[in-house]
Design a protein around this ligand. Structure first.
Ligand SMILES: NC(=O)c1ccc[n+]([C@@H]2O[C@H](COP(=O)([O-])OP(=O)(O)OC[C@H]3O[C@@H](n4cnc5c(N)ncnc54)[C@H](OP(=O)(O)O)[C@@H]3O)[C@@H](O)[C@H]2O)c1
Length: 246
């Protein structure tokens, strides 16, 4: 199914949590964007349990291109609905990506271009919905995209698993409610960071978040931090590993 929407007024959106695992120097991948094992087993468990609490998981195109994840649920699902969402302005992901070829929950691709024929006749074991929601050429209107996820698919809670460009765009537009990040004992010194503005402008003044909680990982080497983007709010989903395990 393909569909086009245009920009409009202030939309409602799902409760949105960004989750990242970083090195001490804020890197989320290797110097050339290659996947690096930063997570310890507890951090992986934390991420999978959080997936189980959310109605959808979202990533940017580079994360699919570089890591080729399936983004399936792995542990203890607490909600019945579960979608996988990819933001891909120029539709650069390949129809051979595992998220498309391997059986899994429905996939929603949001792009800023009209999908070529190969995408309209896609052969896949999965339900694939493609929506074209441009803000400007190559740029998805993220506000409208989140509105669509809530209104069309009834997605109330959204887990964003990076990468840095998508994280930046969501934070800059005040569309994320939380940033949960695990700092691991590594230093990489080059490569993609937790947030990244490809225009190079960055945030001036810097965005300021509010630290809500922190937890030392059971491995004793990592620290998990829960930041809220709006002061005087509370996380809508449990944050401690113990609570998530219940
Ligand atoms: N450690 C972790 O927790 C973690 C988690 C996830 C990923 N990663 C790493 O992060 C790296 C990828 O991060 P990244 O910063 O390079 O890229 P990314 O955020 O995964 O993807 C960036 C792409 O997403 C699309 N996109 C994002 N916002 C958009 C918008 N508003 N409109 C249109 N398109 C938008 C664009 O695709 P188009 O160019 O097609 O327009 C953009 O180039 C990977 O190497 C992966 O290994 C690490």
């Amino acid at each position: 199914m393909t569909e086009t929407m245009t920009s409009g007024a202030e939309p409602p959106k799902p409760y949105t949590i960004i989750f990242t695992t970083t090195s001490i120097d804020g890197r989320i991948a290797g110097p050339h964007g290659e996947r690096i094992q930063l997570s310890c087993p507890y951090d992986k468990q934390r991420l999978y349990l959080l997936r189980g609490r959310c109605d959808a998981v979202m990533v940017g195109a580079n994360t699919i291109i570089n890591d080729n994840p399936t983004l399936r649920r792995r542990l203890n699902p607490k909600t019945t609905r579960y979608y996988r969402v990819v933001i891909d302005g120029k539709l650069r992901i390949k129809p051979t990506a595992r998220i498309i070829t391997e059986p899994g929950p429905p996939l929603i691709i949001i792009t800023a271009v009209d999908p070529p024929k190969q995408w309209q006749q896609l052969e896949t074991p999965n339900q694939v919905h493609i929506h074209t929601i441009p803000a400007k050429p190559g740029q998805v209107d993220l506000k409208q995209a989140l509105k669509l996820l809530k209104q069309r698919y009834n997605i109330q809670t959204l887990l964003v698993e990076g990468g840095g460009i998508l994280n930046h765009n969501l934070l800059k537009q005040h569309l994320a409610d939380e940033l949960r990040t695990t700092i691991t004992p590594h230093i990489i010194s080059a490569g993609p960071t937790i947030t990244r503005d490809p225009t190079g402008k960055g945030n001036t003044p810097p965005l300021k978040l509010t630290l809500y909680a922190h937890e030392t990982c059971p491995c004793k080497q990592c620290i998990h931090l829960i930041y809220l983007t709006k002061p005087n709010t509370k996380p809508k989903i449990p944050w401690s590993l113990k609570q998530l395990q219940q």
